[in-house]
Design a protein around this ligand. Structure first.
Ligand code: ZN
Length: 359
């Protein structure tokens, strides 16, 4: 195992010690030996009719030793983009040279997925606030516990894919606790332009796994209820880059996204909210750079008079925007994050070369 240096940090060679002596991946009820792959439907709960609720899991144990990584999606049942990312890695990638083990969990929240809704339909619980879970507790925590103990706890790091909440959309970005050196390494390796530096809330898969020493990042991409091919391809490139960094697949290289900004707590970032109810005419797409005073959107009434314009309070990147164009007062319109001077100029150049040349 070689030493890694990323942006001045030196990472010690990791001791991939959680695997059993013979290199097999084990979970309650099964074992996947080196060179094997298994598709499992693993019971995590039961329906009102007493039928099993089972999550799909694919475990691929490479011929060669290496880290164990989980890729998970649809902890929120209607967030679909990540499902396709995880399925393509598990079932379409050539993994014959894999050094390590992949635990692929394309649909964590099966009841939510079946109902095409964010939360577990049982008392509207958020599965992604229920980790690491507990036996003998609520239904959500029991499900989280089954998932966590069998498929998350044995891993060395993880990628958890999400989208924006229904009715909004996000540019592809990573959320990670950049104060954790191993999370920092993972977040940079994914290679997105934007990293939001936040510690995961209590009960989130990212927050709880990271706390337990399994560095985990969240990838936010697009909107709910959709497969968005361009974002899926971008995310797959991020997974390739992570696999290169951790030497799971050696033929890939770690990618540099062209520019990168890490949004820390001291940087301005805000959800701009509507102060009036109405129908929204959004003037920009997700990922657009807007300058202070630029019109972000117009809020109109049914008669198209007395239009209200909403302007950018500072120059920043529109990381998330409203997609369903209707608001009550207080509803979010746009997630705007400030950019540092140098990054701002690079993004200006990328988005409107003519304007940038003139300044
Ligand atoms: Zn989510």
């Amino acid at each position: 195992m070689r030493w890694h240096a990323v942006r001045g940090f030196i990472y010690a060679p990791t001791n991939w010690s959680l695997m059993s002596d013979d290199g097999a991946f084990t979970y309650n009820g099964g074992k996947v030996s080196p060179g094997e792959r298994q598709n499992i439907r693993y019971g995590i709960s039961e329906t009102y009719l007493g039928d099993p609720i089972r999550i799909p899991v694919t475990i691929i144990n490479g011929q060669r030793p290496g880290p164990t990584a989980f890729l998970s999606a649809a902890a929120h049942g209607d967030e679909l983009n990540g499902i396709e990312v995880v399925r393509e890695v598990a079932h379409e990638w050539d993994l014959t040279d894999l050094a390590g083990t992949l635990v692929c969990l394309p649909v964590l929240n099966v009841p939510g997925f079946l109902a095409q809704q964010r939360y577990l339909p049982i008392y509207d619980r958020d599965l992604n606030r229920s980790f690491p879970g507990r036996e003998g507790s609520t239904s959500a925590k029991r499900m989280a516990y089954r998932i966590y103990t069998n498929f998350i706890a044995p891993c060395d790091f993880g990628l958890d894919f999400h989208t924006s909440t229904r009715g909004r959309t996000n540019m592809l970005h990573v959320r990670a606790d950049m104060t954790d050196i191993e999370v920092h390494r993972l977040a940079l390796a994914f290679g997105t332009n934007v990293i939001l530096d936040t510690d995961g809330s209590d009960g989130t898969l990212r927050g709880e796994a990271t706390k337990a020493g399994i560095p985990t990042i969240t990838i936010e991409m697009g909107e709910a209820h959709r497969f968005q091919r361009q974002l899926i391809d971008e995310a797959l490139a991020g997974v390739e880059s992570v696999f290169a960094e951790y030497e799971l697949l050696e033929q890939h290289t770690v990618r540099w996204p062209g520019w990168r900004t890490i949004i820390t707590g001291d940087r301005q970032k805000t959800w701009i909210r509507a102060d009036v109810g109405g129908i929204v005419d959004m003037h920009h797409d997700r990922g657009a750079l807007v300058h202070e005073g630029d019109v972000i959107c117009t809020i109109t009434n049914p008669f198209k008079n007395d239009n209200i314009t909403v302007t950018a309070p500072f120059t920043g990147l529109m990381v998330g925007i409203l997609e369903n164009p209707v608001v009550y007062p207080g509803n979010p319109l746009c997630h705007l994050v400030e950019l540092g001077g140098r990054t701002k100029r690079v993004v200006e150049l990328e988005q409107s070369p003519a304007t940038a040349d003139a300044t």
